[in-house]
Design a protein around this ligand. Structure first.
Ligand code: UT7
Length: 331
């Protein structure tokens, strides 16, 4: 038996129907389509509407699409990981609810919170479980209902984020495909720049915190931008160097969709042509944990077995990193 690597064998996605355009945002805050487009690359984002619908609603839909495409019995799934910064509830794991709802009754399940790097870190976790031989099917979902933590009177944050979910199934591979290498980093200095102040153990919810709008996302965009540009480019260049990948060897850059300018800078540092850069920020904005699997789902038809993919993400914490993975199937 050859060495076992962890391959992605199927993907699924879900985005809500409601489209919030830049034009519509112009009627809500002091902003304009031109500013948003040139500064971020975003044209529109999806918003999950309807009472009683949390992040799990989208995670379940993405997982169900994947299960149907792969044609597996959900009872075969060993583990469900939900990467999210917006769990349904503070204490009960969203992943446990998702696993039950999709019929993954033999799985255990947990959430993974690393802000915008949740899916990237989850890829590392899922791959480790497969490579060790401990489990055969790990379902990794990235899902966020960012609209639940945004202040729609704050033009510095509400224009950036959107809602969505994506899923990927990790299974053993003996052809050397799938996960190859990772370079993951974090730095606690980041919590000064991108955070929700209240509702956690440091500052529990109170009338005061609600009045002060401390349950919404705060971002010092300029500072985060500086860290994101240099760090995302650094780790991507590092993973190429460590694996002797030249620009011609990289088939796809799969970058977190936070800002088109950050993505362009990363691609340029890697020397990768824009035709090889996955991009859907214009349609969905920054969906936090969902950006990477949404890209995989949107580009799935263009991916070929053996393609070299370099993933890169940067997010709150700070958390960031890069993963090198060989695509394992033709669709
Ligand atoms: O995914 C997790 C990690 N997050 C990121 O990677 C996000 C990183 N940061 C960014 O992408 C960018 O910093 C933003 C898109 C958030 C902001 O872009 P920027 O080019 O850094 O703008 P800025 O914050 O420097 O603001 C420039 C100007 C300011 O006006 P003054 O002070 O120059 O008069 C802002 O008040 O633009 C103003 N501004 C806006 N104008 C119109 C800020 N937000 C808006 C807006 N519409 N929505």
């Amino acid at each position: 038996m050859g060495k076992i690597s962890a391959a992605i064998t199927a993907v699924g996605k879900y985005v809500p129907d409601f489209v919030l355009t830049n034009k519509e945002l112009e009627t809500m805050v002091d902003t304009n389509d031109e500013w948003i487009t040139t500064r971020t690359g975003i044209k529109e984002r999806r918003i999950l509407k309807g009472e009683g619908k949390g992040t799990s609603f989208m995670a379940i839909k993405a997982a169900e699409e994947l299960i149907q495409k792969r044609g597996i019995d959900p009872k075969e799934i060993d583990l469900v990981i939900v990467g999210t910064a917006t769990p349904d509830l503070q204490v009960a794991a969203t992943a446990a609810f998702v696993a039950s709802q999709i019929g993954a009754t033999n799985a255990f399940a947990f959430d993974l919170e690393a802000a915008c790097s949740s899916f990237l870190y989850g890829m590392s976790t899922a791959s480790s479980y497969i490579e060790s031989g401990r489990y055969k099917k790990v379902l990794l979902i990235g899902a966020d209902k960012m609209s639940s933590i945004l202040d729609y009177t704050d033009r510095t944050t509400c224009i950036i984020f959107g809602d969505g979910a994506g899923a990927a199934l990790f299974e053993p591979n003996e052809e050397g495909l799938g996960f190859q290498d990772e370079y993951l980093r974090s730095d606690g200095i980041g919590r000064n720049f991108l955070k929700i102040d209240a509702g956690g153990s440091l500052l529990p919810a109170s009338e005061e915190t609600v009045k002060n709008k401390q349950h919404f996302v705060f971002q010092d965009g300029k500072s985060v931008y500086k860290y994101a540009v240099s760090n995302m480019a650094d780790v991507s260049a590092k993973i190429m160097e460590r694996n002797n990948l030249e620009e011609k060897d990289v088939d796809w850059l799969v970058p977190h969709q936070a800002n088109k300018r950050i993505i362009d800078a990363t691609a340029s540092r890697m020397g990768v042509d824009s035709s090889k850069v996955m991009m859907n920020i214009q349609k969905y904005g920054n969906t936090t944990s969902a950006t990477l699997p949404l890209l995989l789902a949107d580009y799935e038809k263009q991916l070929k077995k053996g393609d070299n993919l370099v993933f890169a993400a940067f997010g709150g914490g700070f958390t960031w990193g890069s993963i090198y993975l060989k695509w394992a199937y033709n669709s």
